[in-house]
Design a protein around this ligand. Structure first.
Ligand SMILES: Cc1ncc(COP(=O)(O)O)c(C=O)c1O
Length: 453
């Protein structure tokens, strides 16, 4: 048996989850009326941001932006801005959230692969940094850049260093849709020319990896981008490229509580692959998402029924594809750890039995864990889906018109007891109806009626 923790030891992430589950069950934040919710660990987020800052502390000029797609919640962005971070945005919606969170435009980077002329114009008018995804987009920017534009403009390249273990998350494959494919015939020369022709084009961008990509692969992509910048600057005889956006993509360990790999390891591998990267000649921008938030959040969901089918025990819960879309649709690539809690929010004991943990969506594949050994779940219990602070409850899928779940932040008050704050309220049925065309209810019935009569 583990020795009791000394009074002064800060609670472990697991202890924090347990304390929050107890409070959530007691306060009705989880229960019959709110059968699923997301939870975010404020202290854990602060600690991750500190780790990121420390890993790059020796770099003279670095802007850490948070990839908004990983947790598109204004309170998260506001908190991160308060900790000195900017935002990486990939749509007009994400840009709006970053601005509403109070992030200054000069600390926002717009990266999407499908920017419309309108979006580009707006971003450039605001002074938001824009990374063009391709050479056609650069030509649009030629025409749209206003007089006196303060936006940093960059070009995204794809160093085509190959993919990791999850094809759908690998951005630097030969045929990836992102960036200018550097190894395709003639493309490197065209990139060099694009910089030669545009004194205002001063940044190279590469977001190489993501979940499933080894550190060395990511570092190789960044190193190639760095070497391209050196080649362009030497060729032009001037420091045209002044900053490098090295993207995000640090993978996360979903297997246990350990943070692995760390930002510090990532920085070491980057420095080994591109020794000049951190010497201060280039300003750096980073765009981490998952590695900052995943381990700082979890989903709690009620077990509604438990049944048997074909000899298999199945717990039907309220957390399925609507909050764990990738896990349900690509279970091999995105396995999640599941915890069993009783109806009072206490961890369940008992001999583990094999069971499926299913979700509420009306399709057979809506299962978040198959044939998993867990204490026998019963009606009214709760399950916890660990490490779901990024891309899960904040990126809800509207299937079956299931509501966006509430999100609660948690921390400790000075006495050490749990404090909770609403980050996002659960979507109401009125909101679901309003967002499903209620205002245009008669629109289709009125079409074509004359022709038929
Ligand atoms: C351009 C860009 N930057 C940053 C990120 C964040 O990646 P991650 O959450 O893996 O750190 C993404 C993710 O898709 C991205 O496309």
């Amino acid at each position: 048996m583990a020795p009791p923790l000394p009074d002064t030891a800060p609670p472990t992430p697991r202890q924090r989850v347990r304390a929050v589950m107890r409070r959530a069950a007691a306060d009705g934040l989880l229960g019959e009326e709110q059968p699923v919710a997301g939870f975010l660990d404020a202290e854990g987020i602060r600690s991750s941001v500190r780790d990121l800052g420390a890993a790059f502390a020796h770099v003279p000029d670095v802007l850490h932006t948070f990839a908004v797609k990983a947790a598109s919640l204004v309170p998260v962005l506001r908190m991160l801005a308060g900790l000195g971070m900017g935002c990486e945005v990939a749509s007009p919606g994400e840009l709006r959230l970053a601005l509403d969170a109070g992030v200054p435009p000069s600390r926002i980077v717009l990266d999407s692969p499908a920017k419309t002329p309108h979006e580009i114009r707006e971003a450039l008018a605001l002074g938001v940094a824009v990374n063009a995804d391709n050479l056609d987009e650069l030509r649009r920017i030629d025409a749209l850049r206003p007089e006196g534009c303060t936006s940093v403009v960059g070009l995204r390249v794809n160093p085509q260093v190959g993919g990791g273990s999850i094809g759908a998350m690998s951005t630097a494959t030969t045929t990836s849709k992102f960036g200018v494919a550097l190894r395709d015939p003639g493309m490197r020369e065209r990139v060099v020319r694009a910089f030669a022709e545009r004194p205002w084009l001063t940044r190279l961008h590469a977001h190489v990896g993501s979940q499933g990509c080894p550190l060395e692969l990511i570092a190789e992509g960044v190193a190639q981008t760095y070497r391209l910048a050196e080649e362009i600057n030497e060729g032009l005889g001037t420091r045209r490229i002044t900053s490098l956006d090295i993207g995000g993509g640090l993978p996360v360990n979903f297997g246990d509580d350990e943070i692995r790999p760390t930002f510090a390891e990532h920085a070491r591998v980057l420095a080994a692959a591109a020794p000049g990267l951190f010497d201060g000649r280039y300003g750096l921008v980073t765009e981490f998402g998952r590695s900052l938030l995943a381990k700082n959040g979890f989903i709690g969901a009620r077990v509604e029924y438990v049944k048997e089918a074909g000899g298999r025990r199945i717990a039907v819960t309220h957390a399925g594809a609507q909050v764990a879309t990738r896990t349900v649709l690509m279970p091999e690539a995105w396995p999640l750890r599941v915890g069993a809690y009783d109806s009072d929010g206490r961890p369940k004991g008992g001999t583990p039995v094999r069971q499926d943990v299913a979700g509420p969506c009306c399709f057979a594949g809506d299962v978040v864990a198959r044939d998993r050994e867990l204490p026998a779940l019963e009606e009214g219990d709760f399950v916890v889906l660990y490490d779901t602070g990024a891309y899960y409850f904040s990126t809800h899928w509207a299937y079956n018109s299931l509501p966006r779940p509430a999100v609660h932040g948690f921390g400790a008050d000075p006495s050490g007891s749990v404090r909770l704050a609403t980050v996002r309220s659960a979507q109401t049925l009125d909101e679901i109806a309003a967002e499903s065309g209620l205002a245009h209810a008669g629109a289709l019935a009125g079409l074509g009626a004359q022709e038929r009569s």
